[in-house]
Design a protein around this ligand. Structure first.
Ligand code: BGC
Length: 466
């Protein structure tokens, strides 16, 4: 009996030491905003101030891509794949209204615009290019430049031709050549006028949405396949980087990739299983691709489901910058059977309109710090809030930019900030219900109106942009 008691006490002690160690080694990252002077901000000369959008979300007229197909699909229970059975349709008609939208950017005072090219519009077939679509983007670029707004192009923002998806997309390594043909074509067309290129947007969001949760097309639920797709995307990035550098104007181009950092924090800091869940989630979602660019080692692990690895020691040399998208963090627990049940909003924090995103503006500092391990310039390619009532946006902008300013003050190499998004748009599987726009868009009339809260962004941009 005494022995059992001793073993029990020893186990309790080991557990207590372990929990104490985890808490000390990974202190909770949160700021007491009442003690911060958020007006005290500063940004260097030449800082890139921008807004961001993506083709499928704003342009309208997509009838040949993975999302167009997805918008007509239903899940196993007969439920439409998009909330309220919405279709992107005309979206906010940015395809036709871009001149007006560029004026909206001018009104804000931004000096850069991040947008994506629609691969499906430019490449309607495996060996076919649409010259009118290429001309369209050429006109957009010229119009931006004549308004003193520097274009930043995203080559893949969750959108790809339906034919590409039907060929297996990035599940098949041999399909990388189609992506490279697209990259070559557009770089040859725009490389003389565009300096900043993002090869892919949010690689881990794309692979987990499309191959783990099944919320994005093609809607598969297969962790091993997710690991393979992510690996092939990383390989595509490396190849695209090299390809661009060899093309005319390639040596002037700055080529990077966009990674969304979403932190997974233990739900209960005294529960070892929650720490384990947070460890697995961070390792899978954040470290899998960040480590690849830090060391060349790719490791994608989902316990008992997937273990995909790959090594390319030259990978760290294929980034001229890294794009950071930051939105929030999750409270995490361990559930090896149903991964979706592992995550919930962090208790005690104010909510945005996204079902599980709390307001965590100081997290952007933490994300910059994490990303700085890569030792390349960081550009915040997306940060924003869904806030239909517009009663949190101004505060969110002020605090987020304070956190960015603090990071710069502490020596982190942050070169730009792009607000997501210029205007309301089609929020993927959530349809039009989420209002991320600086500009509200009336979907019936297409009228754009600057939201009150967005004026904070305008004010800060106008103070520091030059
Ligand atoms: C994506 C955007 C999206 C935004 C808000 C990012 O995950 O890049 O396309 O609209 O977050 O959810």
């Amino acid at each position: 009996m005494k022995r059992i008691l001793k073993i029990f006490i020893a186990l309790v002690l080991i557990y207590a030491v372990l929990i104490a160690y985890l808490n000390i080694a990974n202190p909770k990252f949160s700021w007491d905003w009442s003690k911060k002077n958020v007006e005290d901000i500063n940004f260097p000369k030449g800082f890139q101030w921008g807004t961001a959008t993506a083709a499928h979300q704003v342009e309208g007229g997509h009838t040949n891509n993975n999302w167009y197909w997805w918008e007509s699909q239903k899940d196993e229970n007969g439920k439409p794949r998009i909330a309220n059975n919405e279709k992107s349709g005309l979206a906010v008609d940015h395809w036709n209204r871009y001149p007006e939208d560029i004026h909206l950017m001018n009104d804000l005072g931004v000096n850069s615009y991040r947008f994506s090219l629609s691969w499906s519009k430019i490449m309607p077939g495996p060996n076919k290019f649409d010259t009118a679509a290429i001309q369209h983007y050429s006109d957009v670029i010229d119009s931006l430049k004549s308004n003193n707004i520097r274009p930043m192009i995203t080559l893949h923002h969750f959108e790809e031709p339906l034919w590409f998806m039907q060929k297996g997309g990035f599940e098949q390594e041999e399909n990388i050549r189609y992506y490279l043909a697209f990259v070559q074509k557009v770089f040859e067309a725009f490389g003389d006028r565009v300096e900043y290129w993002c090869t892919f947007n949010e690689i881990n969001v794309y692979t987990s949405g499309a191959y783990m949760s099944g919320d994005f097309p093609p809607g598969k639920k297969d962790s091993r396949l997710a690991g393979t797709v992510l690996m092939n995307i990383l390989k595509s990035h490396v190849k695209a980087y090299r390809l661009i550098k060899e093309l005319p104007h390639g040596n002037q181009a700055k080529v990077g990739i966009v990674k969304n950092i979403f932190f997974f924090d233990p739900k209960n800091r005294l529960n070892a299983l929650d720490w384990l869940g947070a460890y697995f989630a961070n390792d899978n979602f954040n470290n899998s691709s960040l480590d690849f660019f830090e060391t060349g080692e790719y490791r994608f692990v989902v316990p008992f489901e997937a273990n995909v690895s790959y090594l390319d020691t030259n990978a760290p040399k294929t980034l001229d910058f890294i794009g950071l998208n930051f939105y929030s963090h999750y409270s995490t627990t361990l559930n090896l059977v149903n991964h979706d049940k592992m995550f919930s909003p962090v208790e005690g924090e104010e909510m945005s309109d996204m079902e599980d995103y709390t307001l965590y503006p100081e997290g952007i500092y933490r994300a910059i710090k994490r990303m700085s391990k890569l030792k390349v310039p960081i550009i915040i390619t997306e940060n924003g809030i869904a806030d239909a009532k517009d009663d949190r946006r101004g505060k969110f902008i002020q605090r987020s930019l304070f956190a960015v300013s603090e990071a710069i003050k502490d020596g982190y190499d942050v070169r730009g900030y792009y607000y997501w998004s210029l205007m309301d748009n089609f929020e993927w599987n959530l349809g039009y219900s989420k209002k991320f726009g600086l500009y509200d868009v009336d979907l019936k009339t297409q009228k754009r109106t600057l939201r009150e809260g967005s004026k904070k962004y305008e004010e800060i941009v106008k103070k520091f942009a030059n």
